[in-house]
Design a protein around this ligand. Structure first.
Ligand code: NAP
Length: 283
């Protein structure tokens, strides 16, 4: 059965829009997300456009700062510093990856944990690892919502995550562990990958390799979540060979229309939560 990310995302955005209305009535302003993009990478441009459109959909304010590739890094840093001080800005996001030559860590470290709506900073990752999350990285957070939509009880399930990036694989593994799954994390040095994936009740693939996960790597009845976004011959495809895996899976996400829309919904959710937390703390 297909897990329809677009549908779950639509429902989530209706809840967020209501939350934004309630926030505006209570605090007399609208939550605001500031997005910074450097360079002209078409995929990044599309992601940023969709984030801005997502803000409009839930009646949230967005600010977009576009810098051409080659902009002095300190000019970008100063924009972030200004946004950090601006009381009307609740979330700051730097679209990744940055073009070569920029120091991602330096720029991201300027964003305080209270405005880190991507959930990337050390304290947000640390709180997740402790099982007391504050802001959760948007893509794995969205995956958890999609898993919840299946109605399957996750406790005790064997979950396998392929990919160990700081933004997707690692927080994904921590969320599944917090949900009482038995979690295995695989990566490019993993031996006998197929033996591991064939034992998975839940398989999350986040590696950036088109159609990598084949039918013979999947157990009958597994839930398969395809995080990958790859462009092949002008078309989008995931990390899962959908035609081979779909007949074996009990639930599977399509690409496009699966994890992608949820990622943006959880960004909007995180921005609303950051706005509420800032207002509550100011009292
Ligand atoms: P990343 O930072 O490049 O990390 C890729 C991970 O995959 C690494 O941990 C790497 O292992 C592992 N890997 C690569 N080849 C492998 C192989 N043959 N076997 C096993 N593991 C392998 O990528 P990412 O940022 O996590 O993104 C992964 C994919 O998700 C990309 O396609 C990206 O576009 C997509 N994505 C989608 C969304 C969304 O909203 N749907 C959001 C974020 C990312 P090592 O650590 O050993 O190198």
């Amino acid at each position: 059965m297909l897990i329809l990310g677009k549908e779950v995302s639509r429902e989530t955005r209706i809840e967020i829009k209501q939350g934004v209305e309630d926030f505006s009535k209570k605090y007399g302003r609208v939550p605001c997300l500031a997005v910074i993009i450097v360079g002209e990478d078409p995929a990044s441009q599309t992601y940023v456009r969709n984030k801005v459109l997502g803000c409009e959909e839930v009646s949230m304010k967005s600010l977009k700062y576009e810098f051409p590739n080659g902009t002095n890094q300190e000019d970008i840093a100063n924009t972030i510093r200004t946004l950090v001080k601006d009381d009307n800005v609740d979330g700051i996001l730097v679209q990744l990856p940055l073009p070569k030559g920029y120091d991602e860590k330096y720029l991201l470290d300027l964003i305080p944990e209270t405005k880190d709506v991507d959930g990337f900073c050390a304290s947000n990752i640390g709180l997740l690892a402790l099982g007391t999350p504050r802001t959760i990285s948007c893509t794995p957070f969205g995956v958890m919502r999609l898993l919840k939509s299946t109605g399957v009880d996750l406790a005790g399930k064997n979950a396998v995550v392929i990919g160990r990036s700081n933004t997707v694989g690692k927080p994904m593994a921590m969320l599944l562990l917090n949900a009482n799954c038995t979690v295995t994390v695989c990566h490019s040095k993993t031996q006998n990958l197929k033996e591991i994936t064939k034992n998975a009740d839940i398989l999350v693939v986040a590696i950036g390799r088109p159609k990598f996960l084949k039918g013979d790597m999947v157990k009958d009845g597994a839930i398969v979540i395809d995080v990958g976004i790859n462009r092949v011959d002008g078309h989008l495809c995931g990390d899962v060979d959908f035609d081979e895996v779909e007949p074996k899976a009990s639930f599977i996400t399509p690409v496009p229309g699966g994890v992608g829309p949820m990622t943006i919904s959880m960004l909007l959710y995180n921005t609303l939560m950051a706005a509420i937390a800032r207002e509550e703390n100011a009292r």
